[in-house]
Write a protein that binds this ligand. Structure first.
Ligand code: NAP
Length: 245
């Protein structure tokens, strides 16, 4: 498996899974651009680590909700690279709150970043993919969106929406040779899972056949396979990587 010459955009690359996705994709031969909202030190660390493998890594400090900014940065990439082959919608947020304490603004913020951000970024990249009659879109979902596990309801609902988005978009754009899939990890070592109460970690580990959390590297390498030419006939699918839960 390799990503030689692939032109890739990854959202949310300044920490956690997104950071690892950028580095692993560069290691496998891709040219990678990523965006992030605020963590400049994290973005600089991503660039530093990725440059060990690739001379073409670009960072945009830009929210996935910034429509004009997305248009500009994707326009720049299209002009300089000649197109974008792969989009990974990874940017996501969560909050460990019981539903009774959820404010309407909390709900909106999580849905805005996790769902609307994926829609806006996809819309901006899709036009070029349709013109070129090909592309790969990978949406990072979550086990919380496909199975009954204890998770904040707004987060779980937003990740279930990602599954629906993946399926309907796959149906719509398959005719252009574009595949759309989702990768739904279980609990990983850090990122949005950081700060979970001990009892929740314990419950997860108790039921997980592999008896451990997943790593960003494991999920990033699976993501690379899913968008690579080794995986050409899968679309509309949500692949769960959860240690067997
Ligand atoms: N960690 C887990 O256990 C786990 C499990 C299942 C699924 N996931 C999914 O994996 C994805 C990555 O999560 P993670 O655990 O790596 O979390 P993380 O370490 O908090 O990283 C989230 C990334 O998203 C970026 N981001 C947040 N809001 C953004 C916005 N408005 N525009 C652009 N970028 C934005 C962050 O940038 P800034 O920091 O610069 O704001 C950061 O780079 C998410 O979709 C999450 O739901 C994670």
């Amino acid at each position: 498996m390799n990503l030689d010459g692939q032109r890739v955009l990854i959202t949310g690359g300044s920490s956690g899974l997104g950071q690892r996705l950028v580095v692993v994709f560069c290691e496998l031969g891709a040219r990678v651009a990523f965006n992030y909202a605020s963590n400049e030190a994290g973005a600089a660390e991503t660039e530093r680590a990725a440059r060990a493998f690739s001379g073409d890594v670009r960072a945009f400090k830009q929210s996935v909700l910034d429509v004009a900014g997305l248009r500009a940065s994707i326009g720049t990439l299209e002009a300089e690279w000649g197109g974008i082959d792969v989009l990974v919608n990874n940017a996501g947020i969560s909050q460990a709150l019981p539903v009774a304490l959820l404010e309407e603004e909390d709900w909106d913020r999580v849905f805005d970043v996790n769902v609307k951000g994926a829609y806006l970024t996809t819309r901006a990249v899709l036009k070029g993919m349709i013109r070129r009659r090909g592309g790969r879109i990978l949406n990072i979902g979550s086990l919380a969106g496909v199975r009954l596990i204890e998770a904040p309801v707004h987060y779980a609902a937003s990740k279930a929406a990602i599954k629906g988005l993946t399926e309907s978009l796959a149906k719509e754009v398959g005719r252009y040779g574009i595949t759309v899939n989702s990768l739904a990890p279980g609990l990983l070592e850090g990122g949005v899972a950081a700060g979970l109460p001990d009892y929740r970690l314990h419950a997860y580990l108790q039921h997980c056949p592999l008896g451990r959390l997943g790593t960003f590297d494991e999920v990033a390498r699976l993501a690379a396979f899913m968008v690579s030419d080794a995986n050409r006939y899968m679309t509309g699918f949500t692949l769960v990587a959860d240690g067997g839960l």
